[in-house]
Design a protein around this ligand. Structure first.
Ligand code: ATP
Ligand code: MG
Length: 496
């Protein structure tokens, strides 16, 4: 592996200064302009005494300025602890303490949140930063591929979030693996409506400077604006999670996306099969991906030509990556058999911040144990089933909540669904469903009937709870552990 590389943004500004880099709310910035903006910010960061090696936490939304500052931090060699702006002040305080960041840079729109944070971090608003008279910026001429450039916390779906250390090399390889798979077209433009504080959005910034490709950045996801901008800017690629895709499909109605649009990169969680089927009907080129904060974005991807015959698969490991499926003794299982997904590749994190034990437990001989269960079919295609911690074992059969949730969600009267296991004397565990109705409404009988049509008997939920909302974290991921707590409390109350 190359040990060092020239500063990416500087190199890009040298290679293609006048090419479009970033389009935000009607303003277009070329790579030269983005580099200059970032360089100016690097000078201001220097005034705060921030330099190579220190850690700076950032609380940003999707704005052009946020992108400039993220680039500035990277160019200055300052580790960016990139915080999720949907977290509560309590959660933010925890991550600030955990990361031991020296300074918190924040956007003024988060004033109230920041005021309620209790942590030793020095807080500086972007407004204050902008006002500073900068000094001559000290930016890195070279990037050391093994140095950490970003720290991102996992979503905290299965437990406490963990700070994932991502190196320059991790981002470099992630961007390259993606390009080797999707190809690089000179007319490519990537629409970013996913948060840049997540690896899904941040990785688009990395690809932009490495590929020399424009990003159209949206401050939030609005399906109307998405469909307008895809036409207006001739966008070719977009990253989405399944709820966004569902809304885009509804927005399109009987319309189609233009032919120039070549890739809907779908990730972040399980994709309900009915959603993938709708995309097929509408000729939306969906690339289903599997990845996580620890793999610095996509790790495996399925191309649309396999969408039908491998429906629901997350494809194959990208060029520089490997996947194995193993049993509890870390032994490979045969094709088709289920086990834990373990992954290896140059985009896999070097470890969790300040968590040597957890790192040693999860990364063994450079293989990361993902905690996800899946299988690889006879031709090497990966199918992700669910989290190991959410697996339901009923009468010796494995039941995956995500599969049942997918069926429930396909009912037009269901707005949201969550499934967990409940202790059962006869079967060990049985699935129970939590459902949120929408305006159309749905009854227990209808849901049961639908499940009976689609699922084997042992997968049928034994109870249906109708609730107003489901517990989700700041990444909007379902917190099944909270549902389990709720069910335990309910069963205690009823003396079960
Ligand atoms: P934590 O690690 O704190 O519990 P998290 O795993 O939800 O949080 P992320 O790194 O944001 O944090 O999410 C990665 C996870 O998302 C994967 O490990 C996997 O469980 C899920 N996921 C990603 N892509 C897919 C997919 N295609 N199908 C099913 N699940 C997926
Ligand atoms: Mg995880």
């Amino acid at each position: 592996m190359t040990e060092t590389m020239p500063n990416w943004l500087k190199k890009r500004a040298d290679l293609s200064p006048d090419r479009e880099a970033l389009i935000f709310e009607g303003h277009t910035f070329t790579f030269k302009q983005v580099f200059e903006k970032a360089q100016t910010y690097a000078g201001k960061l220097g005034v705060l005494g921030l330099q190579k090696g220190v850690a700076v936490a950032v609380l940003f939304s999707n704005q052009a300025e946020s992108a400039f500052i993220l680039y500035a931090l990277q160019m200055a060699g300052i580790r960016a602890v990139i915080l999720n702006n949907r977290l509560t002040s309590e959660e933010l305080s925890w991550q600030l303490d955990d990361s031991q960041a020296d300074v918190l840079l924040y956007e003024t729109r988060f004033n109230d949140k920041v005021a309620a944070i209790h942590s030793d971090t020095k807080n500086v608003s972007i407004h204050e930063l902008k006002e500073l008279e900068g000094i001559h910026p000290r930016i890195l001429e070279e990037y050391d591929m093994d140095e950490v450039t970003t720290i991102m916390y996992t979503s905290g779906t299965t437990g406490n979030p963990k700070g994932v250390m991502q190196t320059y090399g991790n981002h470099w390889w992630s961007a390259n693996a993606s390009a080797l798979n999707l190809g690089l077209h000179v007319q490519d433009k990537w629409l970013c409506t996913v948060p840049i504080f997540h690896i899904s959005g941040y990785s688009i910034l990395m690809r932009s400077q490495i590929y020399g490709m424009p990003i159209i950045l949206h401050s939030s996801f609005e399906e109307k604006k998405v469909s307008d901008d895809i036409r207006r800017y001739e966008i070719t690629i977009m990253s989405v999670v399944s709820t966004m895709l569902r809304r885009i499909i509804d927005e399109l109605g009987s319309d189609r996306l233009p032919e120039s649009f070549r890739c809907m990169l779908l990730g972040g969680g399980p994709a309900p099969l009915p959603l993938l089927q709708s995309c097929l009907e509408k000729d939306i080129p969906v690339f289903q991906t599997y990845g996580m904060t620890e793999t610095s974005s996509q790790f495996a991807t399925l191309s649309p030509e396999y969408s039908i015959e491998r429906l629901g698969s997350a494809g194959k490991a990208l060029f520089s990556n490997q996947i194995r499926i193993v049993d509890e003794d870390s032994q490979d299982v045969p094709p088709g058999a289920e086990g834990e997904i373990i992954v290896k590749g140059p985009n896999v994190t070097v470890g969790y911040l300040n968590r040597a034990d957890e790192t040693a437990d999860k990364i063994r001989e450079r293989w990361l144990y993902t905690g996800d269960i899946g299988y690889v079919d006879g031709d090497g295609f990966l199918y992700v089933l669910d989290r190991r911690s959410d697996l339901i074992i009923s009468g010796g059969e494995n039941v995956y909540p995500a599969e049942i949730e997918g069926v429930l969600l396909s009912h037009p009267g269901v707005a949201d669904a969550g499934v967990i296991g409940m202790p059962d004397e006869q079967w060990g565990q049985v699935p129970v469903a939590f459902t949120v109705k929408n305006a159309f409404g749905v009854s227990e009988e209808e849901l049961l009937k639908l499940c009976e049509q689609k699922l084997a008997k042992y997968k049928l939920p034994k109870k249906f709870y109708f609730v107003d909302s489901l517990p989700r974290n700041a990444a909007k991921k379902l917190l099944r552990r909270k549902l389990r707590e709720w069910l335990d409390a309910e069963r205690d109350e009823n003396g079960n």
